[in-house]
Design a protein around this ligand. Sequence first.
Ligand SMILES: *[C@@H]1O[C@H](CO)[C@@H](O)[C@H](O)[C@H]1NC(C)=O
Ligand SMILES: *[C@@H]1O[C@H](CO)[C@@H](O)[C@H](O)[C@H]1NC(C)=O
Ligand SMILES: *[C@@H]1O[C@H](CO)[C@@H](O)[C@H](O)[C@H]1NC(C)=O
Ligand SMILES: *[C@@H]1O[C@H](CO)[C@@H](O)[C@H](O)[C@H]1NC(C)=O
Ligand SMILES: *[C@@H]1O[C@H](CO)[C@@H](O)[C@H](O)[C@H]1NC(C)=O
Ligand SMILES: *[C@@H]1O[C@H](CO)[C@@H](O)[C@H](O)[C@H]1NC(C)=O
Ligand SMILES: *[C@@H]1O[C@H](CO)[C@@H](O)[C@H](O)[C@H]1NC(C)=O
Length: 377
Amino acid sequence: MISTPCLLFVLTSTVSGFLKELPAEFAEGPATWAWVSYDSPSVAVLPGSFNRSVFDAPHESNVSDPVIASVNAYLNSTNFIAYDSRFLEILGPNATVTHIQHLAYQSHEAPCYNPKAGELFFVEWGPPGGENGTHNWQYLLHTRNNTLKKIVTKPPTSNVHGCVVYRDTMYVVTDGSHKETGALVTIDPKTFKRTVMLNNYYQQPFMGFNDLDIDPDGNIWLTDSKSAYGRDLTAFTNPTNPTVYMVNGTTMRPKVVHTTTGNANGITVSRDSSGNHILFLPDTGRRCFNNARLLNNPISYFYDGIRASRNGYLFAGAGDGVDVIDSRDGMTLGTIRVGGGENLAVSVAFGVHELWIVGRGGVWHVDGVKERLDREW
Ligand SMILES: *[C@@H]1O[C@H](CO)[C@@H](O)[C@H](O)[C@H]1NC(C)=O
Ligand SMILES: *[C@@H]1O[C@H](CO)[C@@H](O)[C@H](O)[C@H]1NC(C)=O
Ligand SMILES: *[C@@H]1O[C@H](CO)[C@@H](O)[C@H](O)[C@H]1NC(C)=O
Ligand SMILES: *[C@@H]1O[C@H](CO)[C@@H](O)[C@H](O)[C@H]1NC(C)=O
Ligand SMILES: *[C@@H]1O[C@H](CO)[C@@H](O)[C@H](O)[C@H]1NC(C)=O
Ligand SMILES: *[C@@H]1O[C@H](CO)[C@@H](O)[C@H](O)[C@H]1NC(C)=O
Ligand SMILES: *[C@@H]1O[C@H](CO)[C@@H](O)[C@H](O)[C@H]1NC(C)=O
């Protein structure tokens, strides 16, 4: 932590130079904010030398200028970094970020929120946790009293990697394990009864599902990735390249809609103002499913879990925090930070004016968000 006198120095010396002045209700609100705007000449043109890898957050750049170094120390103490005034409008001045569950520095994944019960489901993913990295249990957080417990479905579900709540049912995808293939399953949130819905593509095993989303018509979009085999969670050698499937929600018939020689990761579906469904993969926006275009590339790290909010803002786990992206123009509007250091944001789940972030280091609750986040379906 930087001491208070130093912090005051940073604020006075940089507000006029590097950081853009915040509206009073943000500067005086409950959270710590910074606004980094390219309309400031000192943001567009940095003095001295600077360098960072794509995996480092902007504030982790190795800079020679002492003022930029103190700006970076300040940025690392913030809860929210805005790159655009739209970020201030979306989060609003009352937003807060609280680290509500301190868990291992281990990937936490697959959050989904059941609003009726106020329960957040998520998992610890992969090695070194579990038994040889295999987890046959999941976490359930009672958000109203912040009580965490482990649950086991009936029968147990191994290596859950993605979850969405749709019509009061949890739809979950798994990597599979050394004993079973990756599968799409449903889980009853009251009884934890598990039902396998899909476990093969015309008798070919899936590689290991990473995530899913469900569109307003009930069709299910799945990413099948090479992460499970790569982390020795499954014994099935990758039979295909990483693939996105669309599964007809009525017939369960799977169809390949996209393949990549990279990897498949998060996925989310949104609806534009004309009612068209838009599928977002971490680095690709696909409109009407046949017109792919590059929407955005992360400012740092890579996008992991990604969710579209009610009004089409994308929230993507991106290492140092959750990036908020406008799906219309692809601009990164700002970052919701999870404390720096070893903490890492992986994925999110929406409530109405709140969201939860899971990742390395546990669970964070973002409350008091001005924008309505939960979707209409
Ligand atoms: C910049 O940093 C990367 C690693 O973060 C390093 O590999 C590279 O050599 C550095 N470049 C310069 C010019 O210092
Ligand atoms: C930071 O930059 C300085 C000056 O270019 C260089 O000497 C130093 O090795 C760099 N350190 C790291 C960790 O990249
Ligand atoms: C923020 O909270 C204050 C105090 O509760 C309230 O008066 C104000 O309307 C809130 N602002 C927004 C944008 O929700
Ligand atoms: C974990 O590894 C040990 C040693 O290889 C093996 O005996 C055990 O069966 C493994 N457990 C699981 C769940 O794969
Ligand atoms: C927390 O809330 C849940 C559900 O509302 C309840 O079942 C549980 O007993 C509560 N736990 C504690 C410690 O109060
Ligand atoms: C799903 O299958 C049903 C029954 O065959 C069909 O009526 C519907 O159009 C299909 N949906 C999509 C999105 O293909
Ligand atoms: C950022 O802050 C965290 C928490 O205080 C600290 O662990 C980490 O080392 C800091 N990062 C940098 C680059 O100074």
